[in-house]
Design a protein around this ligand. Sequence first.
Ligand code: ZN
Length: 195
Amino acid sequence: MKIEIVHYPHPTLRHVSKPVRRVDAELRDMIAQMFDIMYEHEGVGLAANQVDLPYRLFVANPSGDPDNSDSEHVFINPVLRAGKGQVQGDEGCLSIPGITGPVVRKEKITIHAYNLQGEEFVGELEDLFARIVQHETDHLDGTLFIDRLATATMADLRAQLEEFEIDFQSRRDCGEILSDQQMAARLLELEKIRT
Ligand code: ZN
């Protein structure tokens, strides 16, 4: 299955992802494609619903460097357990390209997840990696970083976001994008396979 990034306001970005119960060869292939897509767009993290998949998993490489595979991580069924401190930093998102804004996040976090081998691991993370993991876990809950922006910042970005909305609607009008009902049916089918 070939996957590609979906952009705001695609409904799958608002889908609450379901925990994965089965990691098979096709899912491994999709995860490999997620890394490729992330690097192609110079990202440091990518959640499954950003490539129109309903699964509770994301990939990350805080170095952003495809040659630095030691920094590549797959988080399957991640759960954020604890956080400490507050820190503000600029964020962007591959699903809303060109838009950035300041988001307050926990400075340090603890995350439990499974890797591709099905082993549970615990990450005690801080700084950029902690921010990435919070941003990506938000995605899996259907939350975008723009939901966490201050009202004044959001007002400044309104016109740019409207351009994304107009583009989405016109692509849907010419039949390039499925209807909401068709999308929901597709996600349900994919969920039946692995969740
Ligand atoms: Zn994002």
